[in-house]
Design a protein around this ligand. Sequence first.
Ligand code: UDP
Ligand code: MG
Length: 159
Amino acid sequence: MIEQTLVLIKPDGVKRGLIGEVTKRFELRGLKIVGIKMVRVDPDFSKKHYAAHIDKKFYLGLEKFIISGPIVAMIIEGIDAVEVVRKIVGSTEPKGADVGTIRGDYAHTSYGHADEQGKAIENLIHASGNSDEAKQEVALWFSIDELHSYKLSHEEHTL
Ligand code: UDP
Ligand code: MG
């Protein structure tokens, strides 16, 4: 199934200079970036994006983190893109994320360390967790005229 999914390079990823490294990984896998922009979110928007987490004990730290600097937001399209992108991103806690994933290659912080500091886990990336979440998040972050339909060269040519 061809799907669209939301990826955010969170403020820590932007400040680390990883925009190119992250987008490269999706492009090299053959996935298509159909929308991309840099945005700074405010607390209201954070509460919309992380509505499912508002009652969790880590929410305030998470909000502080997500509003702390610009974010690069993109919509990625491809076959079963939600699942494939989550695999490329890796598991939530960088310490335990598999090497070869973005979180496993470029971060190593742990739940324990973040809790001790009263901070959110700084894990570089957000990616929609499932197909329903992806549909909601694509609509929340991008308007129709910010999404583009085009063919990658490997779709245009038989290689
Ligand atoms: N998070 C945190 N502490 C936790 C769980 C999550 O700081 O104990 C943060 C972390 O930045 C994570 C985000 O909240 O990426 C959203 O949590 P979720 O469980 O949805 O993880 P994700 O889908 O981002 O892997
Ligand atoms: Mg999630």
